[in-house]
Every structure is written in C-alpha cells, then in structure tokens.
Write a protein that binds this ligand. Sequence first.
Ligand code: LMR
Length: 334
Amino acid sequence: MKSGSLLIGLLCVLSVAVVQADEPIVIKFSHVVAADTPKGKAAERFAELAKEKTGGRVEVTVYPNSTLYKDKEEVEALQLGAVQMLAPSLAKFGPLGVKEFEVFDLPYLFDGYDQLHTVTEGPIGDELLGKLSDKGLLGLAFWDNGFKVMSANKPLKEPKDFRGMKMRIQSSKVLDEQMRALGANPQVMAFSEVYQALQTGVVDGTENPPSNLYTQKMHEVQKYVTKSDHGYLGYAVIVNKAFWEGLPPDIRTALEEAMAEATVYANEIAKQENEDALVAVKESGKSEIIELTPEQKAEWMKRLAKVHREMADRVGKELIQSIYQATGNDMGKL
Ligand code: LMR
C-alpha cells in the first residue's frame, strides 16, 4: 500500500517534469503604442516568426498600448525580468544610462529614411547597440517609425508660433532643448497620458510621427498638424541579457532569424504606414494639415541648428560628426 502511493507520487512528479519540459518558453513583449502601428505590427510579426521557427517552443505574447506597463515602468520591468522584450523609442534610453541614443532626437539630423539607414544599418548603429551590454541589456535591432509632425490647437508655421506653448515630449534632454530653442515649454509625459493631457489642456501640443498621432486619436483633440519632418522617432529592440544568453543555443539562433525577418518587415512598412496615417488624419476632417513653405522650413532649421551644438557634450561630438559624415547632411554648418 505504502509503496503503491509512493509510486503514484513518483509518477506525478515525473509527469509534472515532462509537462514543464514541454512548456513553451514565454517571451513577454510590452510596448506603448497601438497594435496597428509600425512597431505594433512588427512585434506581432516577430511573435509569429518566433513560433514558426522554433516549432512552437517559444511563445511571444505582445502587450500593446501600455496595457502591461507605461514607458518608465516597462524598462524597470525588463531589468527585473518581469518582461523579456521591449522596443522603446530611442528618446527613452537616457534613464538607462545610454544618453548617446538621444543623438537620434537631434532636429533635422536625417533628411529621409535613406540617410537614417546609413546609421541604423551600419557600423554606427552596431556600436550604439553594443553600448547596451554594460547595462545588462542586449540591443537586437533598430525598428523604424518615422519623421515627426507638430500638433496644436493653433497653426505652428514659424518658430515664433511656439512661444509659451506647453509641448509634451518624451524623456530626452535633446527634445527638451529642441522645444526650448523654439520658445516652448517642454513637459515630459508618458505616451499613454498624452491624449488626455491634450484633451484637457494640460499641454497645448506635441510631436510624434503621424502613425502615433492617428492611432492615439490625438488629431481629434488637435486642430492643426504641421508636417515639419523636423526629427525622427524610431526604436531599438532590447532584451534582458541574462535571459537571452540563458536560452538554449538553437532557440536563440531561431529567434535571431525571426528578429532579422521582423526587422526587414518593420522597416519596409514604416514609411507607408506614416503616409497612410497622415492621409487618414486629413480625411477625418478633424485637423488641418499644414505644409511648410521652403522659407518657413529654412527658418525652423536655422533656429534648431543650435540644438546640435548645445547637445554635443551630452550625446557625443564624435558621434554627431560621424553621423554627419555617414549621411552627408551636416546641420552643424548652419
Ligand atoms: C512617445 O512616447 O511619443 C513614443 O515613444 C511612443 C512610441 O513608442 O512610439
């Protein structure tokens, strides 16, 4: 009798062990934007590819729209191992101790995606991602979003129009300096709080690529959207280093392949997604789209060039110079 119950006990333990061995490895991927955005779609694509390439041994669960964590919390959650993968915008790496990523926030640093890719797909990008490993993180890829518009309830056509405006920004010193250079008062705020802050007048305006503006319905509470393309917003996909290095090597290789394919997809759709979002904003009739004249754009550039000089010590003079060289676009000359 005794040995019978021992045997049953042993069988139970064994079956639990078998179930555990069969259990998929779960990767929680948290992000703050809508599912229907370049980042949201790429995260879903990665999840599908990860499942396919590991024969179901890895299950990636994507939590969009700050449903799990807001901006600052998600980074803490990654460090603590509560989530395994994030793709924060490059403007949000300062608190992680890698201020160099704020270089991407410099106004007019890139004139279009081709110039951006000379950095994100070249040695400068690799070196930047490499800086994360000292922080217990691994940078797996850069994912594109797009070039930013400015929005408000008054038309923003010239730098003087920004005077005294409360503008929501991401947590980047370069963006803070950019808004100050325009004469505005920058206010750092989590992405999930922006819509309400615009609606209630806690802030007067903001900046974001059209895909974010549209999917958060910000255009419904902003009468004017200026197509200024004054800066870039994109992402680095990051994982907890200990978690990643602890994965079985075959799984890790399969996930690296999945990430490479998801990255190609992300960077193929981003431009079109943003163009479509701007058309949708226009068609909604809720905001008027303002195109800058060449003279107005030149004025914005002249006013914002000083941000490159003022932020050189923070993000790195050599890094800025190497980007000017890679892109051929030297704002420092203005
Ligand atoms: C923002 O906070 O405006 C963006 O970083 C959101 C995002 O992840 O695109």
